[in-house]
Design a protein around this ligand. Structure first.
Ligand SMILES: C=CC1=C(C)c2cc3[nH]c(cc4nc(cc5[nH]c(cc1n2)c(C)c5CCC(=O)O)C(CCC(=O)O)=C4C)c(C)c3C=C
Ligand SMILES: [Fe+2]
Ligand SMILES: [Fe+2]
Length: 344
């Protein structure tokens, strides 16, 4: 058996042209695990409403953050893949769930190198139906159709892994060293509340209230909200943050359904209105900087804070291709690669 790794991130449009953004959003939002309504309703909502106006607006946002080499999310994922490829004993390929390079092309690249045992590595610390699950479902479909002899192993969500917590906490400490910020906001990408209930394997635990995510339950293996709070708790513990000097919020909501709260934009506004002058913000749901961190947080978030009297807004970069992060990921891969196959 020859082993290899497929890193999978979300993906970006091919360019900032509204036509390319529309094509990307169509693939993304027509995914039944992202907009989880019946197909006819999704077509009506996405193709009949959202895709008439959103691509132009999103294209303008992408234009503000786009790099000469392309989408930051893709360029940063490529840098990570290249560094890991040099640091590990097995080939590392890269794919995006939406757009290019596709999961099919990533599997083909590994197959052409003689790989038949693949470690699927979704680049998301916390589980969500709209991220981890959709990657695994599509990869399995592609395996059955095109690569039936391949075997898959999956990296589980690493939201509470001590290596991840340490590197994330160290990256925060490094960015905030010498700054006397008043509050550290942990802003996670939001999901509709409905997604949390759908992923609840107990079908009764997740109330999305003040205590369910802190009460032990089998539901937490697939509870995005619990996993966000756990990442936060563990980083706060590592950094010895004082109670009330940090909090959690959720960004990037879309549509009119209730999403996880509190919302990041309203939280930033509230802090400023309460007289806070120095706010720091970290976005641990994203391992690579992207539209949601570079535009929504670093540009729009800062603007909101300044409009309501805030003075200093510090954004902690994502882990991207930091050397300590590359080292951790490469070690995880090598530990898997050197495991003996389980005897039948
Ligand atoms: C942490 C992971 C993410 C979750 C969970 C998630 C859920 C989710 N997202 C949308 C809608 C959009 N997201 C968009 C961009 C975007 N989303 C993530 C990650 C998660 N999304 C990333 C990394 C990005 C940035 C991509 C990039 O190219 O940089 C967008 C596109 C931009 C825009 O128009 O705002 C949309 C739309 C839904 C509906 C959803 C549901 C659970
Ligand atoms: Fe919960
Ligand atoms: Fe998103």
């Amino acid at each position: 058996m020859s082993k290899g790794v497929l890193l999978v991130n979300l993906g970006s449009p091919k360019s900032t042209d509204p036509k390319d953004v529309k094509e990307y959003l169509d693939e993304f939002l027509m995914d039944e695990r992202v907009i989880d309504v019946p197909y006819w309703a999704r077509v009506l909502l996405v193709r009949g409403i959202v895709l008439n106006t959103r691509p132009k607006k999103s294209a303008a946002a992408y234009q503000k953050i786009w790099w000469d080499e392309g989408s930051p999310l893709i360029v940063l994922s490529e840098r990570l893949q290249e560094k890991m490829d040099k640091n590990t004993s097995v080939p590392i390929a890269l794919a995006m769930r939406y757009g290019e390079p596709s999961i099919k092309s990533g599997l083909q690249e590994l197959y052409d190198k003689g790989v038949n045992e693949v470690l699927l590595f979704p680049l998301y610390p916390q589980f969500a139906m709209a991220t981890t699950e959709t990657i695994l479902v599509l990869a399995e479909q592609l395996r059955k159709e095109h690569f039936p002899k391949m075997q898959f192993t999956t990296v589980p969500p690493f939201y509470n892994h001590s290596d991840y917590i340490r590197v994330l906490a160290e990256s925060i400490a490094e960015k905030l060293k010498g700054k006397d910020f008043q509050h550290l906001l942990f802003s996670y990408h939001g999901v509709p509340e409905r997604h949390i209930r759908k992923s609840d394997v107990t079908k009764s635990h997740c109330k999305i209230d003040g205590s369910c995510c802190q009460t032990p339950s089998a539901a937490h293996q697939f509870c995005y909200r619990h996993q966000c709070y756990e990442t936060t708790r563990l980083v706060a513990e590592y950094l010895e943050l004082k109670e009330n000097s940090y909090s959690v919020s959720f960004q990037s909501r879309l549509g009119f359904d209730p999403w996880l709260q509190p919302y990041t934009d309203r939280t930033i506004e509230r802090f400023g209105k309460q007289g806070m002058k120095k706010l720091a913000i970290v976005t641990p749901a994203f391992v690579s900087d992207c539209l949601e961190t570079l535009e929504e947080i670093a540009m729009e978030g800062e603007e909101i804070f300044h409009e309501v009297g805030g003075e200093e807004f510090t954004v902690v970069p994502c882990l991207n291709d930091r050397d300590d992060w590359v080292k951790v990921l490469s070690r995880w891969v090598d530990e898997w690669a050197h495991q003996k196959p389980v005897e039948a």
